[in-house]
Design a protein around this ligand. Structure first.
Ligand code: PEP
Ligand code: MG
Length: 902
C-alpha cells in the first residue's frame, strides 16, 4: 500500500550507515562525512536527511510522513552518543544544520550553526566551556543572526549594523574585543531586530529551531541564487539537497581553538605541498566568508604541532583513499582536531592536468583514469592568452591568484552594473570588498573578479574557479568604496568605468589595459615549446594526456578551414584533414566584382567570361590548401550562400543610386545592381536559393568550382605532392539533386585528372531534415556524408540560427526547455536522432560509408561524445577547437559515463 510504503521509507541515515557512493541520496557532504566516519577519522557524530525527503517536501510543501519520527529517533541516538540533550539548560547539545547537494554549490544554500541555544541553555554552554561567558554569548548571537537571516529572511545588514554599533561603542573594529557583557547586549539587540521583522519572539524551543532550520535548508534549494548557479553549472534542477545535522564543535573557544581549510595539493597549480588557510579562535563560516584575514596553513605547525601533524596524516590518508586532490574543512576545539568535511576538491584547469599526471606517476591512477579526470572545457580555458608584461606595467596591488587567466575590463562595483554594462557588450571587472552569493549574476557577467578581502577559499575564489573565470582575491592594498563607486590604491583613485587588468595566476592588479600573449599550452600545440625538454609541469602533463587521448580515440579529428594559414595552424594543432572548406570567402574582397559580373551577366558569353575569370583564382586557393594538407583529406564544399549576399545591401544601393542621379552621374551599373538585388530578394533566404539549388539553377557555377578543385589537385600531384580532395554538395534534400550535380561533376573530373592518379570523392552534407530521413536513398549517390548540424538544428527546430539565440533563448533556458542552446551542444533527442537515423540508414545502403560532422558541434565536448556513440568516423571543428576535440574523442573512447568530470 502506498501510504504504508511512505511511512516505511528511510529518510534519515546516521553517518555510520552511509558511504561516499551514496551522493545521490545523501548529497556530497553527507556521503563524504559517512566515508570519513567509516575510515575512523574524527568526525563529530550526526545524521543526514536524504535528498528524497527534500524532494518530497518541495513537491508537497510539507514534510513527508515518517520524517519527523525518524529525525526524533536519530536525534535521540545522537544525544545518547554525546551524553547531552539538545538545548538542555545545564549541559546542552548544540547542532549545526547544513545543506549538502550531490554537486557542491559553494555558499548557495543555507547553514545554521549553534541550534539548541536559548536564554537558558546559553548559561549551560558557558559552564560547559569552563565558565567562558564570552564564548557562550557569542555563540548565541551567531545563532540569532544566522537563524534570523536564513530561516526567517531578516535582512542581514541589520545584524551587521548592530555589531558595528557595538564595536564603535567599544572603540574597536575587532570582533574579539567585544566581551561577554557586550555580546549579551548584542543578543538583546538581535532579538529585537528578529521580533521587529518576524512579528514573533526568537524561538526558544530547541526542537522548533531544528525543524525550522531543516525546512529552511530544503527551501534554499529553490532560492534564486541557487537556481542561477545551477543553470550556470548545468546542475539538474530536480536533485534536491540533503540536510546534515551534526553535533557542534567549536573553533572559537580561545587561542587553542580555530578553524581552517586544507587542500592536499595546490588547487591553483596542482603543485604538491600543504595548502590552506587557518584562522585561530573562529568558526568555520569566518574562513569561507573571507571576513577575517587568515594565516597560511603551515603556521598551524607553530601554533599547534600535535593537531597539525594529525591533520597531515589524515590528508595523506584521504588522498590515498580518494586517489585525488581532497579539500578539507576542519576545526580544532581546545587542541582536539575534528574533520568537518572533505570532498574531491575543485581545481583550476591547469591543476586538473598537472594533478592527473602526478597521480599517474604516483601509481594511484592509470592513464585512462587521468584522461577521465580532465576535460575539453578545461583544455579550452588553458588556451586563453595571458598578459604580456614589460617594464611599462607595474602592478599597483598584489592579491591572491584565486582563479587563473588574464582579464581586462572596465571597473564596476555592483552586480547589477556588471550585468548592465556586459549587456551593452562591455568587458567589465567586478570589484568588491568580498563577494557573497547575491553577486552571482554580476560574477557571471564579468570578465574577471577582484576583491580586497578573502583567501583562496573565499566565496569569490571558489565560485570563480568553478566558472573558469579570472579572479584575484584578498588584494588588501585596495580600499574599495562601493557607495562612492571607486577604489583607491597606492595614491591612485580608480572610478567606475576606468580600465584595469587582473592576473588570476599571479594575483597582480594593473591600472589600464595590459596587452595579452598566448598561453604556453598554445605554444606547445604550435610546436614552439618542446614538451620533452620544458620543465613546465603543465605542458608536460598536457602532452602526456593528449598523447594518450590520441592513442585511445576512435574518432578522427579534422578542421574547418578555408585558408592556407588556418589549415597550417590546424595541422599543428593535430588536425588530420579538412572536414569543411567553405568556398564562399573566396568570392569576397576584390573578387566581389567578378561575382557581380556573374550575377549581372545578360548573355551566356558574359557569364562564361565571369566564371572563366574566377576559375584560376579558385584553383590557386585550392592549391595552397592541398599543399598545406599534404595528402590529408580535404573536403571542399561547393558554394552555399545565396548569391545576393555578395551584392551590397538594398538600402545602401538605393541611396547610392538616388545620390548619383541627383548629381547627374552615370548610374547604369548601380541601377542594374539595384534591379538584380530587388529581383533576387527573398523573404527567407536561409530557405531560398542556396546550396545545391544554386548549382542546379546557375549554369556553370558548380562546374567551375569542380574544375578548379580537380585542376588544383592535379597541379599539386604533378609537382610531386599529394592531394586528396573530397567534393561536398551542400543543402541536399533529395537524391535526385545530388545525382544531377554528380553526373556533371564526374564528367569534368574524368576530363581533368586524366592519368594523374588523383582520386576525387563526391559526397554530400546532411543538413536538411529530409536528407537525414532519406539517407538510404542519398547514400546510393554519395561517397560520404558530413552532417551540417548548424542547418540541421536550424531546420530541425525551425529556429533561425541568426536570430533566436539573442532574441528569446533566455526564456527557453529559464523554463528549462533546454539546458544549453542546441546550436552549442547537440540536441541528442531530436536533431541527434536525425543524425543517428541518417548514419544507420546511410551505412545500411552503402556499407563503410564515410561519416563526419562539420557543424559547430564538432568542437563541443558533449557533442563529441555523442558523435562517438553514433559511430561517426570524424568530427571537424575550428582550428582552436581541434585539441579539445582530440581530448574529448579520447575521453569518449575510454569512458562510458559521458563527458561530465565535475
Ligand atoms: C552546417 O550547416 O552545419 C554547416 C557546417 O554549414 P554552414 O554553417 O556553412 O551553413
Ligand atoms: Mg549549412
Amino acid at each position: 500500500m502506498a501510504a504504508q510504503e511512505t511511512v516505511d521509507h528511510k529518510y534519515v541515515y546516521d553517518f555510520a550507515e552511509g558511504n561516499k557512493d551514496l551522493k545521490d541520496l545523501l548529497g556530497g557532504k553527507g556521503a563524504n562525512l559517512a566515508e570519513m566516519t567509516n575510515l575512523g577519522l574524527p568526525v563529530p557524530p550526526g545524521f543526514t536527511i536524504t535528498t528524497e525527503a527534500c524532494k518530497a517536501y518541495l513537491a508537497t510543501g510539507r514534510q513527508p510522513d515518517g520524517l519527523a519520527e525518524q529525525i526524533e529517533a536519530h536525534l535521540e541516538s545522537l544525544e545518547r552518543e554525546m551524553g547531552r540533550k539538545l538545548g538542555d539548560p545545564n549541559d546542552p547539545l548544540l547542532v549545526s544544520v547544513r545543506s549538502g547537494a550531490k554537486f557542491s554549490m559553494p555558499g548557495m544554500m543555507e547553514t545554521v550553526l549553534n541550534v539548541g541555544l536559548n536564554d537558558r541553555s546559553v548559561v549551560g554552554l558557558s559552564a560547559q566551556a569552563g565558565g567562558n561567558d564570552r564564548f557562550a554569548w557569542d555563540s548565541y548571537r551567531r545563532l540569532i543572526q544566522m537563524f534570523g537571516k536564513t530561516v526567517c529572511d531578516v535582512p542581514g545588514e541589520e545584524f551587521e549594523h548592530a555589531i558595528d554599533d557595538a564595536k564603535r561603542a567599544k572603540g574597536t573594529n575587532n570582533d574579539l574585543d567585544l566581551d561577554a557583557d557586550d555580546l549579551r547586549g548584542l543578543v538583546d539587540a538581535y532579538k529585537k531586530i528578529f521580533a521587529k521583522h518576524t512579528g514573533r519572539e526568537f524561538p526558544q524551543e530547541p526542537r522548533e529551531q531544528l525543524d525550522l532550520a531543516i525546512r529552511a535548508v530544503f527551501d534554499s534549494w529553490n532560492a534564486e541564487r541557487a537556481v542561477v548557479y545551477r543553470r550556470q553549472e548545468r546542475i539538474p534542477a530536480d536533485l534536491g539537497t540533503a540536510v546534515n545535522v551534526v553535533a557542534m564543535v567549536f573553533g572559537n573557544l580561545g587561542a587553542d581553538s580555530g578553524t581552517g581549510v586544507a587542500f592536499t595539493r595546490d588547487p591553483g597549480s596542482g603543485a604538491q605541498g600543504i595548502y590552506g588557510d587557518y584562522l585561530a579562535n573562529a568558526q568555520g563560516e569566518d574562513v569561507v566568508a573571507g571576513i577575517r584575514n587568515t594565516v597560511p596553513l603551515q603556521e598551524l605547525e607553530r601554533i599547534d604541532k600535535k593537531s597539525y601533524d594529525e591533520l597531515l596524516g589524515y590528508m595523506a590518508r584521504l588522498e590515498e583513499h580518494y586517489k585525488d586532490l581532497c579539500d578539507i574543512e576542519f576545526t580544532i576545539e581546545r587542541g582536539k582536531l575534528w574533520m568537518l568535511q572533505t570532498r574531491v576538491g575543485k581545481r583550476t584547469a591547469a591543476a586538473a592536468f598537472v594533478i592527473a599526471g602526478q597521480l599517474v606517476d604516483e601509481g594511484l591512477i592509470d592513464l585512462n583514469e587521468a584522461l577521465h579526470r580532465v576535460n575539453g572545457a578545461q583544455l579550452a580555458q588553458l588556451m586563453f592568452p595571458r598578459f604580456q608584461l614589460d617594464h611599462e606595467f607595474e602592478a599597483v596591488a598584489k592579491g591572491i591568484g584565486a582563479s587563473p587567466g588574464a582579464a581586462v575590463g572596465k571597473v564596476v562595483f555592483t552586480s547589477d552594473r556588471a550585468v548592465e554594462l556586459a549587456a551593452e557588450g562591455e568587458a567589465v571587472i567586478l570589484v568588491r570588498r568580498e563577494t557573497n552569493p547575491d553577486d552571482l549574476n554580476g560574477m557571471i557577467a564579468a570578465k574577471g573578479i577582484l576583491t580586497s578581502r578573502g583567501g583562496k577559499t573565499s566565496h569569490a575564489a571558489v565560485v570563480a574557479r568553478g566558472m573558469g573565470k579570472t579572479c584575484v582575491s584578498g588584494a588588501d592594498e585596495l580600499d574599495v568604496n562601493v557607495p562612492a563607486k571607486k577604489f583607491t590604491v597606492g595614491g591612485h583613485t580608480v572610478n567606475e568605468g576606468d580600465v584595469v587588468s587582473i592576473d588570476g595566476t599571479t594575483g597582480k592588479v594593473y591600472l589600464g589595459e595590459v596587452p595579452v600573449m598566448p598561453s604556453e599550452v598554445v605554444q606547445y600545440f604550435e610546436g614552439e615549446l618542446d614538451a620533452e625538454r620544458t620543465d613546465d609541469p603543465l605542458v608536460r602533463a598536457v602532452h602526456r594526456i593528449m598523447t594518450h587521448a590520441d592513442a585511445a580515440r576512435r574518432l578522427r579529428v579534422r578542421t574547418n578551414a578555408d585558408t592556407g594559414a588556418d589549415a597550417a595552424r590546424a595541422r599543428r594543432f593535430g588536425a588530420e584533414g579538412i572536414g569543411l572548406c567553405r568556398t564562399e570567402h573566396m568570392f569576397l574582397g576584390e573578387r566581389r566584382e567578378l561575382v557581380e559580373r556573374l550575377i549581372l551577366a545578360a548573355t551566356e558569353a558574359e557569364r562564361e567570361q565571369a566564371l572563366a575569370a574566377l576559375l584560376p583564382l579558385q584553383r590557386e586557393d585550392f592549391v595552397e590548401i592541398f599543399r598545406e594538407m599534404d595528402g590529408l583529406p580535404v573536403t571542399v564544399r561547393l558554394i552555399d550562400p545565396p548569391l545576393h549576399e555578395f551584392l551590397p545591401p538594398l538600402e545602401q544601393l538605393a541611396v547610392n543610386v538616388a545620390v548619383a542621379q541627383e548629381r547627374g552621374e552615370d548610374v547604369a551599373k548601380e541601377e542594374a545592381l539595384l534591379a538584380a538585388v530587388r529581383r533576387m530578394h527573398e523573404e527567407n533566404p536561409m530557405l531560398g536559393l542556396r546550396g545545391v539549388r544554386l548549382g542546379l539553377v546557375i549554369p556553370g557555377l558548380f562546374a567551375m568550382q569542380v574544375r578548379a578543385i580537380a585542376e588544383a589537385a592535379v597541379t599539386v600531384v604533378r609537382a610531386g605532392g599529394a592531394a586528396c580532395p573530397e567534393i561536398m554538395v551542400p543543402l541536399v534534400g533529395a537524391v535526385q539533386e545530388l545525382e544531377t550535380v554528380r553526373t556533371e561533376a564526374e564528367k569534368i573530373i574524368a576530363e581533368v585528372i586524366g592519368d594523374s592518379g588523383v582520386e576525387v570523392l563526391i559526397g554530400t552534407m546532411i543538413e536538411v531534415p529530409r536528407a537525414a530521413l532519406t539517407a538510404g536513398q542519398i547514400a546510393e549517390a554519395a561517397q560520404f556524408f558530413s552532417f551540417g548540424t548548424n542547418d540541421l538544428t536550424q531546420m530541425g527546430w525551425g529556429f533561425s540560427r541568426d536570430d533566436v539565440e539573442g532574441a528569446f533563448f533566455w526564456r527557453y533556458l529559464e523554463l528549462g526547455i533546454f539546458g544549453i542552446s542546441p546550436f552549442e551542444s547537440i540536441d541528442r533527442d531530436g536533431v541527434g536522432r536525425l543524425v543517428r537515423i541518417a548514419a544507420e540508414e546511410g551505412r545500411a545502403a552503402r556499407p563503410g560509408l564515410k561519416l563526419g560532422v562539420c557543424g559547430e558541434h564538432g568542437g563541443d565536448p558533449d557533442s563529441v561524445h555523442f558523435f562517438h556513440e553514433v559511430g561517426l568516423d570524424y568530427v571537424s571543428c575550428s582550428p582552436f577547437r581541434v585539441p579539445v576535440a582530440r581530448l574529448e574523442a579520447g575521453r569518449a573512447a575510454v569512458t562510458t559515463t559521458g563527458s561530465d568530470s565535475r
